[in-house]
Design a protein around this ligand. Sequence first.
Ligand code: SF4
Length: 370
Amino acid sequence: MIFGRNKKILLVEPEFPVVNKSKNHSNFLPIGLLKLASYCRYTENEVQLIRGNKAASFYPDQILITSLFTYWSFYVKESVSFYKSRYPKSEVIVGGIYATLMPQHCKEYTGCDEVFIGQHEEADKLMPAYDLVDVDYQILHGMRGCSRKCPFCGIWKIEGLNFKNADELNKEICNNKLIFYDNNMLVNPNIRDILSMLAETTYNGRVLKCECQSGFDGRILSRNPDLARLLRKARFTNIRLAWDFSYDQYSEVENWISIMENAGYNRRNIFIFMVYNWDFKYDELENKRRKCFEWGVQIADCRFRPLDQTFDNYNPKVKYQNDNDYFIHPEWSDSLIRKFRADVRKHNICIRYKIEWNNYDKKQERIHSY
Ligand code: SF4
């Protein structure tokens, strides 16, 4: 993918529809590009990172553009067009999630010169070039891939399953705030050693604080409840648990919440992940939401889009859209999607600020906006 030395390599994150204040949020940091930046430097190439479509400070030999969700393909196409017209002699390569899931579409639709599929093995071993971004945290991968094969998820298709151990992770720590990008952290066979290491390790004389971007797998927690205490000792916050299956199994989810509470977590700070606009109908999701309200936990809602969906123009500010604008599951409708989303916002504010459902005033959304 990257040839020779002393080349000028431009790394580009397209102008994804992320508000500026969230660009450096841990959910959106272009970690793959930061690792490629380290690899470029390691191989004695000059590198520049651009977030958006702007002129570079040099004429690049190669332009490596990342991609994220397939439904954000338009922004990748925009970047390819921008950089190809600005630097017609440069080779433009697109990698990342969309490129890996839909390489043919990516090549034809964006007009790039080459598609890079999968992860860059050598770059993945290197520390991301954090000096290129302004963040106060570090992203770590204790694992890649996932042992499960949930039908709405593409992780198991794009990443092979592998795990790191506590020593390997310990050597990577260079910040007190760690964000784990692990897809299913608790499935790691080394998880107990890792959590104990995180609990005991200090950096610059201060303890570590941890967060896992994905939901913890409650089925593993219920078989190994000691993991909840280890998570607590390792100072994991913003706990998310994934309730991907039906309403009928709510007693299992209730048990996971109790396990976390017994380990010292306040249930009001626990989020339950839910996929909506998917095979489970609105009524089922609404029952799940109501159960969560009864339990006093928050919800992290995730609107489903198919893995080959190439556009998403959902706009929360307009009153009505149809499936020419964004993917609407046959069992759902635009109004049900908006209603569910609005109720989840209301739900979370009520839980966080201990407001009765019937005493909720919409103005509180502005006051407690998140
Ligand atoms: S457990 Fe999570 S990461 Fe793994 S396949 Fe299911 S949704 Fe994807």
